[in-house]
Design a binder for this molecule. Structure first.
Ligand SMILES: [Mn+2]
Length: 430
């Protein structure tokens, strides 16, 4: 029996007050969609199956390089983080997995697995960390890790990644995500080619340690912490890495890791076409790698990304199975509330993209009817799919209004009494 940290009676009562209105809204939307030739129950069935992983580091309050303002009842360790993730899953039913970050979440793998199974949760990709120095670490990553000029530092970084694979095997994970902070701050500081050669050689050692049924996901990022050059700076370099390493290597797209105005949905389409899209770190941004809540700044961009994903899903694109993960930093909100709403924003983008009339879109494209093509997308984007999302939550035992139920349950106040404040628990920006 799966344990629930929010009283199920409270959730039932909360839903009972809202169910009548929801059913009326759902039926009305169903009638509108049927006029467009869309069966709402088919959309609902797909939304019910949609899942996104919660990043363990996301349930603690994030921060910036300037300051971090912790909130009450912050998780003190990975076990508290798993409890918070279970609350997100209980109320949204859209987040069945957790993505761990090592060494921040280092603990006995058996205990980790038990803690997750207690709530019916599983683990998605394991994230390694060679962008900061762990306590008691022998060699520093100040001047890089997998591309470092010193073979001993590279060896240490490789060993850490192999240890992450071992932990992942024990907890039932099937992927390793590698993001490095390697790069340079000054022209001339590193030789671009030699640094990338060293990185590829180190990654080959990690790749060779990967179990056959695992995937290696590499994450590109244009800049930060290095501000002049970054070793894995864009999707082109990321694609080269995946090509060089082999069939278990894929690219991970973090939405915030691009220059402003870059056409991310087109990058997604290219990676799908060449069978190298491994997964996502979803978030939103205005200026840089802001790690804001998914869909909070540019929901249309999120929709356009999902438009490409749905196109691949419906056309049965070969090898298409991207991992969905959130990667956000919550500085001014309760992380649990932000993550619940962010998961719903992904479901919203997905449901809206499912409404696109693909036959009409294709015929507009063939006829060079730019206006009708773009209106076909807008018609789907403008449709309020909230009743479908709420119905998916209700049918799976979640809350019609997750934030409302969460606040009513007083979970944060309760854990604040049980969890004394800690100075730092490895949250922040990735
Ligand atoms: Mn990321």
């Amino acid at each position: 029996m799966t344990e629930q940290l929010i009283a199920t009676d409270l959730v039932h009562e909360h839903n009972a007050e809202r169910e009548g209105n929801l059913r009326r809204d759902y039926d009305h939307l169903g009638e509108q969609l049927s006029r467009r030739g869309i069966d709402i129950s088919a959309i609902l069935a797909r939304v019910e199956k949609f899942g996104v992983a919660i990043p363990s580091w996301g349930v603690g309050t994030g921060g910036t390089r300037f300051a971090r303002y912790p909130g009450p009842g912050e998780p003190r360790d990975v076990f508290d983080k798993i409890e918070d993730c279970s609350v997100i899953q209980q109320l949204t039913r859209a987040t069945p997995t957790v993505s761990l970050h090592i060494p921040w979440d280092k603990a006995d793998p058996k205990r980790l697995k038990q803690a997750a199974s207690r709530f019916g949760l599983a683990f998605d990709a394991i994230n390694s960390n060679t962008f900061s120095d762990a306590k008691d670490q022998k060699l520093s990553y100040k001047f890089g890790s997998l591309s470092h000029a010193d073979a001993a530092v590279r060896g240490q970084a490789v060993e850490h990644n192999i240890e992450c694979i071992e932990i992942g095997r024990e907890v039932g994970s099937k992927a390793l995500t590698v993001w490095i902070g390697d790069g340079s701050n000054f022209p001339g500081q590193v030789n671009f080619t030699r640094a990338f050669e060293r990185y590829l050689a180190a990654m080959r050692e990690i790749y060779d340690a990967l179990p056959d049924d695992w995937r290696l996901l590499t994450e590109h990022k244009m800049y930060e912490p290095a501000f002049y050059s970054t070793v894995v700076q864009d999707w082109g370099t990321n694609y080269l890495i995946a090509q060089e390493l082999g069939e278990k290597a894929f690219c991970l797209v973090d939405l915030g890791h691009h220059a402003p105005n870059v056409n991310i949905e087109m990058i997604v389409a290219r990676l799908i076409q060449f069978k190298k899209l491994g997964g996502f770190h979803f978030n939103d941004s205005k200026y840089g790698d802001d790690d804001l809540d998914a869909g909070s700044i540019d929901p249309y961009r999120l929709f356009l990304v999902f438009n490409e994903l749905v196109d691949a899903e419906l056309s049965g694109a070969a090898g298409f199975d991207p991992a969905h993960m959130l990667d956000q930093s919550h500085n001014v909100t309760d992380p649990i509330e932000s993550l619940m709403l962010s998961a719903a924003e992904l479901q919203r983008a997905y449901a809206s993209a499912l409404l696109v009339d693909r036959a009409a879109l294709e015929s507009s494209q063939e006829e060079n009817d730019a206006l009708m093509a773009t209106q076909t997308l807008k018609a789907a984007f403008r449709t309020d799919v909230e009743p479908i999302l709420a119905m998916a939550r209700l049918s799976k035992g979640g809350a019609i209004d997750p934030v409302g139920a969460y606040r009513k349950a007083g979970y944060r106040v309760k854990v604040a009494a049980e969890r004394p404040a800690v100075a730092s628990m490895g949250g922040g920006i990735v």
